[in-house]
Write a protein that binds this ligand. Structure first.
Ligand code: ME8
Length: 544
């Protein structure tokens, strides 16, 4: 069945756009790797896919960071934005658009959108009084703040959720009629319970919506905030950074001229820290503008470092560029996707990364490839023939576990697709890892190195074992492309699988067994360009 018939064969995935007040950390790369993996997965299935990421460059937080650095805000933003881009490029993040909110194309969209809401009477002049966290660029109600003490012993108030300091603000500015959208937001969330995933976060949002939903302040007085887009026809006010930032998704889609066909297939990847903005404010803004709501909001949890929340003050922020150099780009991507669980926080420590990569990429997958392509088992360096008689239930040599393995591998694409749909990429990878172990078990069980190649039947059985193993590897290679693009390329090239044979439609596992022709049989293997994944040394990496 062709996979790209849903939604006109289009897919649009986004990451949050990241603040440029500090360098990228592991969590930022994680969101980008998830989005990249989904994008590549859709391309594999034959979809037209777009993938947007970028940087969030306006607002008080950035204004203050530039001031503290003694830099002018524009060059400050450019410098940090380049670091994000550089990291993503070096980690094979294949975005189709990298947006910066300081670009003209975006400013035009923000102004246009503002005017649209203003003309509909959904923005009005009002007075805002309440708590504000600059660190989160977020307004908070009385119940969302608590007393705390800062490092100098001063009594302060902080956000319950983020722990960041809040300040009382009182200002005349513009307000958005958020409160009127509560019923529609509830309908949206109830009609399609899968719209916010995983389920626990869907429940959070529903709970928030049971509470008071006051109108939202959507501008600041220019005397406090200069770094942003001015309110059209009122240069004394600057547009609230979250309204500005969220609109990036529409800018990339081509709003207001050419977003049709893309806007109805938008899938947002966000961290759990910014659900409120994406599951309440954003759909309310879209409803106000009469635009379709996001198709999916995929929320992921956070990475901690050696059991602690990563923070600049603790000095334990994991530098993703450095990690990708230690573990290789694909190694780090594999670890993040294999271990990252959407509904609970995950811990990063180097020994764990090393153990996982050595076990699954070097030993299990790399070892299997090595065995089946080594001169011992494969003296002719070809994709050897498959002899169906050995897999006959009646007098063949295959045993129950072998048939179970064939079933698992045959089902893998469907299983993988199911897990990708619910963004449980780790479960898809768990399944692949289990299949790789089964294939190694298959080879081990039949010990083909013990077979006497001079005897015709033994030779045929040997070839069949190698053929089946290479077929398994071919399927793993195709399916792993969105996760570890470099390793998959190396693997498939070694098997002699051409680039046009690496698509979803080529996932016809072991065709000879299922009564079809196998185009690879008899074809020479590709060049041996070394080990698939080099084992990592554990000596230099401290233990848990
Ligand atoms: O919130 N683990 O930007 P931001 C996993 N500009 N992911 C993490 C993480 C961690 N420890 N820390 C951060 C903003 N992230 C706004 C977004 S969107 C219109 C505007 C990831 O630089 C996660 O995706 O603070 C989180 O939501 C995002 O980075 C926050 O990045």
């Amino acid at each position: 069945k062709p996979r790209n018939t849903d939604e006109g064969g289009r897919f649009y995935v986004t990451t949050p756009i990241f603040y440029v007040n500090a360098s990228p950390h592991l969590g930022h790369l994680y969101s980008a790797v998830i989005a990249d993996c989904l994008h590549r997965f859709k391309l594999l299935q034959g979809f037209h896919s777009r993938f947007a990421t970028g940087t969030d460059e306006h607002g008080l937080k950035i204004q203050q960071a530039a001031e503290a650095a003694g830099a002018d805000p524009q060059s400050f933003c450019t410098e940090v934005s380049e670091r994000f881009k550089g990291l993503f490029d070096s980690c094979d993040i294949s975005y189709t658009d990298f947006i910066r909110t300081t670009e003209q194309r975006h400013k035009r969209v923000v102004e246009h959108f503002w005017s649209l809401l203003w003309n509909k009477g959904l923005i009005y002049r009002g007075n805002y009084e309440g708590w504000y966290s600059t660190q989160d660029e977020s307004f908070l109600t009385e119940t969302q703040v608590v007393d705390a003490v800062d490092s100098q012993g001063n009594k302060i108030k902080v956000s319950v959720e983020s722990g960041h300091k809040v300040e009382w603000m009182k200002e005349e500015n513009y307000m958005f009629r958020l409160s009127v959208f509560r019923p529609q937001l509830l309908d949206w969330l109830r009609e399609d319970p899968a719209v916010v995933q995983p389920e626990c976060f869907h429940q959070h949002v529903l709970k928030w919506l049971q509470q008071d939903l006051p109108d939202l302040s959507v501008s600041r007085h220019r005397s406090r905030l200069q770094w942003g887009v001015s309110v059209p026809n009122d240069p004394d006010q600057t547009i609230y950074v979250w309204l500005d930032a969220l609109l990036n998704y529409l800018t990339v889609a081509g709003f207001p001229d050419s977003h049709q066909g893309w806007w109805n297939v938008v899938h947002h990847i966000v961290g759990k820290d910014i659900i409120k903005f994406h599951a309440i404010y954003w759909p309310a803004f879209l409803l106000a503008a009469g635009l379709p709501l996001p198709k999916r909001l995929y929320v992921h949890s956070h990475w901690t470092a050696e059991g602690k929340k990563m923070s600049k003050s603790l000095g334990n922020v994991v530098d993703p560029l450095q990690s990708s150099q230690v573990f290789t780009t694909d190694g780090l991507r594999y670890f993040l996707l294999r271990q990252g669980v959407p509904d609970s926080d995950c811990d990063y420590y180097e020994h764990k990364v090393t153990k996982l990569l050595n076990a699954e990429l070097a030993d299990s997958l790399g070892g299997l490839l090595n065995r089946c392509t080594a001169a011992g088992l494969n003296p002719d360096q070809v994709y050897p023939p498959f002899c169906p008689e050995f897999f006959s239930r009646d007098g063949g040599r295959a045993v129950d576990e072998d048939y179970q393995m064939l079933d698992s591998v045959k089902n893998l694409p469907v299983v993988m697709e199911q897990h990708f749909r619910s963004m449980n990429i780790y479960k898809a990878l768990e399944n692949i890892a289990a299949c790789v172990r089964q294939t190694n078990g298959f080879v081990q069980r039949h010990a083909p190195w013990k077979l006497d190649k001079r005897k015709s039947e033994e030779r045929q059985w040997l070839d069949t074992i190698v053929h089946v193993s290479l077929e398994c590897l071919r399927i793993y290679g195709i399916l792993l492309q969105p996760v570890v693009p470099q390793i998959s390329d190396k693997l498939l090239s070694r098997l002699g699988v051409r680039s046009e044979e690496r698509k979803w439609v080529n996932l016809n596992f072991l065709p000879k067994y299922y009564g079809m022709e196998c185009p690879l049989t008899g074809r020479p293997l590709g060049q041996n360009s070394g080990v698939l994944f080099s084992r990592l040394e554990t000596e230099n990496i401290h233990k848990d």
